[in-house]
Design a protein around this ligand. Structure first.
Ligand code: HEC
Length: 158
C-alpha cells in the first residue's frame, strides 16, 4: 500500500481497491496519536517530577530537616553568636573569640569533637558545655527548633 491510496482512504483487498469503512481508520489513528502524546506527556511529567524531587533532596541534604535557614540567620543575630564568631551574611557577626563559622558546612568536625552531622551541630549549638565542659562557648538556652534553624543557615556556608 502506498501513501496515496492510504490518503485516499482506500485499502488493497481481494476485490481490488475499496474505500475504507468511513471514519474508522481515522478514529483508530487518532486514538494512537492520543495515546502516544499521552505517553510522551506522561514521561515528560515523570522526568520533570524526578528532577524537581532530586533538586529538593539535594537542597534538603545541605540543610537540616525541618530547619529554616532564613529564620536561622535571624536567630544567629538575635542570640549574638556573632559576638564570638565571624558569620558570613549575619550582621555584626565579627567576633574573634571563637572560630569563624564560614565554611562550617563542609567541615568534618564540629569544634574538633563531634562528627559534623545535623544532629551533632544542633547538639553543639544547644549544649556546648555538655560536649566540652569548661570550654569557652557558653550554653545560651537555644531551643531544639531554633538550633535546627541555625544549623540550616550554617549549612549554607560551604
Ligand atoms: C562567648 C563566645 C561564644 C558565643 C557567644 C558563641 N560561641 Fe560558638 N564557639 C565559641 C568557641 C570558643 C568555640 C570553639 C570551641 C572549641 O573548638 O573547643 C565555638 C565553637 C562553635 C562552633 C564549632 C565551630 C567549628 O569550627 O567547629 C559552632 C558551630 C558554634 N560555636 C556556633 C555558635 C552559635 C550558633 C552561637 C550562638 C547561638 C555561638 N556559637 C555562640 C564561642 C562562642
Amino acid at each position: 500500500m502506498n501513501d496515496a491510496t492510504e490518503l485516499a482512504g482506500c485499502v488493497p483487498c481481494r476485490g481490488g481497491m475499496k474505500p475504507v469503512r468511513r471514519g474508522r481508520p481515522q478514529a483508530w489513528h487518532f486514538r494512537v496519536v492520543l495515546l502516544e502524546v499521552g505517553l510522551r506527556v506522561g514521561v515528560a511529567c515523570l522526568v520533570l517530577l524526578g528532577v524537581i524531587t532530586m533538586a529538593g533532596c539535594t537542597e534538603a541534604g545541605a540543610t537540616v530537616a525541618g530547619g529554616n535557614a532564613v529564620r536561622g540567620k535571624r536567630l544567629l543575630y538575635a542570640y549574638d553568636c556573632g559576638s564570638c564568631h565571624v558569620i558570613p551574611g549575619v550582621a555584626e557577626a565579627n567576633g574573634t573569640l571563637g572560630p569563624p563559622l564560614g565554611g562550617i558546612g563542609s567541615r568534618y568536625y564540629v569544634a574538633g569533637l563531634l562528627e559534623n552531622t545535623p544532629e551533632n551541630l544542633k547538639r553543639w549549638i544547644r549544649e556546648p558545655q555538655q560536649v566540652e565542659p569548661g570550654g569557652a562557648m557558653p550554653n545560651l538556652g537555644v531551643t531544639v527548633e531554633q538550633a535546627g534553624d541555625m544549623a540550616a543557615y550554617l549549612y549554607t556556608l560551604r
